[in-house]
Write a protein that binds this ligand. Structure first.
Ligand SMILES: CC(=O)SCCNC(=O)CCNC(=O)[C@H](O)C(C)(C)COP(=O)(O)OP(=O)(O)OC[C@H]1O[C@@H](n2cnc3c(N)ncnc32)[C@H](O)[C@@H]1OP(=O)(O)O
Ligand SMILES: CC(=O)C(=O)O
Length: 538
């Protein structure tokens, strides 16, 4: 069967940049554009030249893409001037990209209310803007803003706008569900109606995730005749985001009937790079990756329940829709109160700890995990603390250091500049091989900002561990989560700490106590202990 070619258009650097809280630097943009190109996307939209200095500079020093068509974004010209004399359009065209995508109105309400011009003027603006770009030798794309809402209100006018773009030479006209409120069945119905008028591969789809159906809407549009999908990495985008290409790409390559019906520019053998690409974007944005993201999330192949884990060990296809390696992810069998011996054995083997299934210590370990989870511990998240607990039960836990005592004080005082500051001070006394080390630290960073009591404790604890100083020198805390839980009639605090080392490895530890500082200290000790076990066992 001949497969139909779909075009993949990435707008992470434009619509993704419209996400609240996302602010790419020029360097971020370059890294992302090159990574998208390496994955094999057809188009990389870099932003809006002229809209802000970062985008202008990015286009002035454009990355050299090997495969993708580098695309600038802009809007149709304003009424009352020619396309050649519109300064906003001129900046977009002057970026010199091989392709330009222009957004334009296709909803009569928007033309009259947002632009305040006549319906005919808007059609002329679309037509003249696209013709201008084509005259400059550029490939032109037309993003028909609010197309679905416009079609429902006035189908003749919405179609007239598309026709104007097509007749002026647009390579693609893209139906945009700008407000994200159209559900997949309606997207399919309207896209189908348009596709019957515009056969061939010139119709695209651009969905937003306001009803959490952006991916489903994009796929429904393809089924109905759209041949280009616009989307973003990790579903970034205005408000609730755009269609997530990190979900769409593996669906098109691995799922039936999509894989047999359609062909995309991303080769299947590059899919294992997808999880890394998704995490790289989060890293650039300094965001914790979504653990539950389909395909690429750390929990996307985590099998928590005992029944699942037991079957997975016999055959992974029992509880997995695809092999995790296909998208560069990995299987995880977490430990928790939902676990049985199968989870336990699998988890131990992944940690490089061997044990016989009949070993009676395993039952005691399993019971201890369940008892501790009942008291608020969470070994499902805190894999490193689980490994230390398992080592303790199996007689494999080494004693690197002993904490004799610690003290933390929190003080609000005036500093030398007469400003009120809150400062925490911590003192920790540890024993290493019979030698006693006393360390003190305070919570102010180099800029004089208070980083809190746990930071002071962490610095004091890692300040002097004698012969282990070098082994923990590259360690840092990257995430700190606190949750108040109830255990019986008491409120207790659970602290989850995520640590990282110079090689980029991350691990999570847990502490539970009625006292937040004590809970944090337990998690800190586990974090250091885990690193020492791992690095000194290598
Ligand atoms: C659906 C989408 O997501 S489209 C992408 C939207 N992205 C962005 O807006 C991000 C980048 N935008 C910007 O930096 C700025 O809005 C700029 C530089 C483009 C324009 O800035 P300003 O000239 O100050 O205008 P402002 O942002 O206040 O308003 C937009 C103007 O564009 C006009 N406009 C909006 N869409 C169109 C269109 N398709 N064609 C022509 N004009 C349009 C509006 O009517 C408004 O003009 P008015 O104030 O004279 O009514
Ligand atoms: C063009 C665009 O981003 C939209 O209509 O949503």
């Amino acid at each position: 069967m001949t497969r139909t070619r779909l075009s993949l258009f990435d707008t992470t650097l434009r619509d993704g940049q419209q996400t609240q809280g996302v602010d790419f630097s020029g360097d971020d943009k370059r890294k992302i554009a090159l990574a998208l190109d390496a994955l094999g996307l057809d188009y990389v939209e870099g932003g809006w030249p002229g809209a802000n200095p970062t985008d202008s500079e990015f286009f002035a020093n454009a990355p050299v893409l090997k495969h993708a068509t580098f695309t600038a974004f802009g809007m149709t010209k304003r009424a009352g001037r020619s396309a050649a004399n519109d300064d906003v359009l001129a900046e977009v065209a002057n970026a010199g990209t091989p392709a330009v995508c222009l957004v334009g109105k296709s909803y009569d309400f928007h033309v009259e209310t947002a632009l305040g011009i006549t319906l005919d003027e808007n059609v002329a603006n679309i037509s003249e803007s696209i013709a201008h770009l084509v005259g400059l030798g550029r490939e032109a794309l037309f993003d028909a803003e609010h197309f679905f809402d416009g079609y429902k209100a006035n189908p003749d006018y919405a179609l007239r706008c598309l026709d104007a773009a097509m007749e002026a030479g647009a390579r693609w006209v893209v139906l945009c569900d700008t407000n994200g409120g159209t559900l997949p069945d309606e997207i399919a119905e309207i896209t189908g109606a348009v596709a019957r008028r515009l056969p061939g591969d010139r119709l695209g789809i651009h969905t937003h995730n306001d009803t959490e159906t952006a991916v489903a809407g994009a796929l429904a549009a393809v089924d109905a005749g759209a041949r280009q999908i616009q989307g973003t990495l990790n579903g970034l985008g205005e408000r609730c985001g755009n269609a997530n290409l990190v979900s769409i790409i593996p669906t098109l390559l691995l799922k039936e009937p999509w894989a047999s019906r359609y062909e995309v520019s991303v080769p299947k053998d590059r899919l294992p790079g997808l999880s890394g690409l998704s995490r790289m974007l989060d890293e650039l944005l300094n965001r914790a990756p979504d653990r539950h993201a389909p395909y690429v999330g750390a929990a996307a192949f985590a099998h928590k329940a005992g029944l699942h884990a037991s079957a997975i060990i016999k055959d992974p296809t029992t509880y997995e829709h695809i092999p995790p390696e296909a998208v560069g992810n990995e299987r995880v069998i977490p430990m928790s109160n939902q676990a049985g011996r199968s989870n336990l054995l699998r988890r131990l083997s992944e940690a490089g700890i061997s044990a016989e299934k009949s070993d009676p210590r395993l039952s005691r370990l399993l019971q201890d995990v369940k008892d501790k989870e009942d008291r608020g511990f969470s070994y499902d998240s805190a894999e490193a603390s689980f490994q230390l607990l398992a080592r303790a039960h199996l007689g494999l836990r080494r004693k690197f250091f002993d904490v004799e005592r610690f003290r933390v004080t929190v003080e609000r005082r005036h500093n030398a500049m007469k400003n009120l500051v809150t400062v925490s001070e911590a003192v920790v006394v540890v024993n290493v091989d019979g030698s006693r080390f006393i360390s003190a630290s305070e919570s102010l960073d180099e800029a004089g900002s208070d980083q809190g009591p746990v930071n002071a404790l962490s610095k004091a604890l890692s300040k002097d561990l004698g012969k282990y100083d070098a082994a923990i020198a590259d360690m840092r805390l990257v995430d700190f989560k606190v949750r108040i839980l109830s255990a019986g009639t008491e409120a207790i605090t659970r602290v989850l700490l995520e640590s990282c080392d110079g090689e980029g490895r991350r691990w999570t530890t847990v502490g539970v106590s009625a006292n937040i500082v004590d809970a944090s200290f337990q998690a800190l000790i586990d974090a250091i202990d885990f690193k020492l076990h791992r690095d000194t066992d290598r």
